[in-house]
Design a protein around this ligand. Structure first.
Ligand SMILES: [Zn+2]
Length: 466
């Protein structure tokens, strides 16, 4: 451990929490202590947190007061994860229809931080978190990094920034926290040209991080670039992937080029899902003190362990805008099995739904999954109310690329009567990136699921590669 590691943990982190109003330091200590708890202890903590959340919801969240009363259910009846099936699932549509009624009246508006997610299936969502949630999120990530031999204060090189406009740098409190305490050096992964990759490579070699982090697809492009140019790489302890499905081929390439193990993570800001791959690579350990994940059929009935179903999450930390049995839109398999690493939390396997595969334009240039999103929501700044207004008009979208490389963009609006011209920017963005392809924008009433039954925002039959 270096002096920076020591100072970061004992000085910078506590000061950062004080200034920021967060509790990452204490949360991290708790999570470290509880890393190897027995199943019984985990269940007991989970049940206690669940009961507190359910009471809070019934008493202070109008949507849940109404729901419980309509169903004739008393909060005391929900005592454990098994009892949750008494409640219906919470869908994105229900959230949109009841948005204001989902805020707790007991939490002042000053404690609300509007957040948003791209979602995995082309359905964006605006929701709300507070500092407690944010702290648990950071602490859970830090604890997982420690599993990989990383320590707070180690430098991380991240390809995950999602703004096209890198020049517009506004230093926020949380941004400074990220940079100087988490030591996360973030770079945009939106553009994936060779020039951008060269710049990323130079930054990587300058920073000499302990770990590389980002979307699997973005890191894969960087790895391929490094391999093609036969560039030397600095040693790293781990490659951390997040944000989309990690394709096996990408994992192999990352391990081969960066000479380090790859650890995947699956999280969702909406619903508070936190799960990280452990060094035994047996699956992703769910942070079960923070969230309850059920795998269900579309109606919310739990499916047996080991079977594919919808990911349904109850966030045990969000008391501002509670998520109970929230259908994230991903599908996954969950198993309760002993892991060699000694942790007793349930494991998620085979998350399906977050398209992580690259698509290519006719020149053979890869377009990252993130870029497909950014072209749809150009600034990706949901915190700006005027952007939210435009984005919230889009219910769902799907990009379909045929064998010839031509593109159909299916757009389902919340209100079919919205003037279509305001969405022409989407067409322009896609035509710019898919040069030589025919690009059409179609307004549709429904976006069909794939033959496999899952939803996906990008389907491509085009196989042109570099
Ligand atoms: Zn494990």
């Amino acid at each position: 451990m270096s002096l920076y590691n020591f100072l970061d943990e004992n000085l910078f982190l506590p000061i950062g929490d004080l200034v920021n109003g967060s509790q990452v330091a204490s949360e991290l200590k708790r999570m470290r202590r509880n890393d190897f708890l027995s199943e019984e202890r985990i269940d007991a903590i989970q049940n206690a947190k669940l009961q507190k959340l359910i009471n809070h919801c019934y008493q202070t969240v109008p949507y849940y007061t109404r729901l419980f009363d309509q169903l004739g259910i008393k909060p005391e009846q929900i005592r454990s994860r098994e009892d949750l099936k008494l409640l219906p699932v919470l869908t994105k549509q229900i959230i949109r229809d009841n948005y204001q009624d989902l805020f707790s009246t007991a939490v002042s508006t000053s404690r609300r931080h509007i957040a948003s997610t791209g979602g995995s299936t082309g359905t964006p969502l605006t929701f709300c978190i507070d500092n407690a949630e944010w702290s648990a999120w950071k602490a859970s990530t830090l604890r997982a990094w420690e599993w990989y031999g990383l320590h707070l204060g180690d430098k991380i090189f991240s390809l995950g920034g999602n703004s096209i406009n890198q020049k517009k740098k506004i230093i926020t409190l949380k941004g400074a926290y990220d940079r100087f305490i988490m030591r996360n050096h973030k770079f945009s992964s939106a553009n994936v040209t060779d020039e951008c990759m060269m710049e990323h490579y130079s930054n990587l070699m300058k920073i000499r991080p302990a770990a590389i982090r980002g979307y699997g697809s973005s890191l894969y492009i960087l790895a391929r670039f490094i391999e093609r140019k036969q560039l030397p790489v600095c040693p790293v302890k781990a490659v951390l992937t997040t944000g989309e499905i990690l394709v096996e081929e990408y994992r192999r390439k990352l391990e081969q080029v960066f000479h380090a193990p790859v650890y995947d993570a699956y999280g969702a800001g909406d619903g508070g899902i936190l799960s990280h791959e452990c060094p035994s690579h047996k699956g992703l350990h769910i942070s079960e003190e923070e969230c309850i994940i059920e795998i269900t059929d579309p109606l919310g009935n739990p499916v047996p362990d080991g079977e594919v179903g919808n990911v349904c999450t109850t966030d045990l930390n969000n008391f501002v805008f509670p998520f109970i049995r929230y259908q994230v839109g991903d599908m996954a398999v969950m198993k309760k099995e002993r892991c060699d690493c000694g942790r007793h939390t349930r494991l998620i396997h085979e998350v399906m739904g977050r398209a992580g595969r690259l698509v290519y334009n006719k020149k053979g240039t890869p377009i990252s999954p993130l870029m497909l999103w950014i072209m749809m929501y150009p600034e990706l700044n949901y915190h700006n109310p005027s952007h939210q207004a435009v984005y919230s008009k889009i219910d769902k979208f799907q990009i379909r690329q045929d064998k010839n490389g031509d593109i159909d963009i299916l757009l389902k609006l919340n209100d079919a009567n919205e003037p279509h011209e305001q969405f022409n920017y989407i067409l322009t963005n896609y035509r710019n990136h898919f040069e030589g392809s025919q690009v059409n924008l179609q307004f549709v009433d429904n976006i069909p699921t794939l033959p496999s039954g899952k939803e996906d925002y990008c389907v491509s039959e085009y196989t042109h590669q570099q």
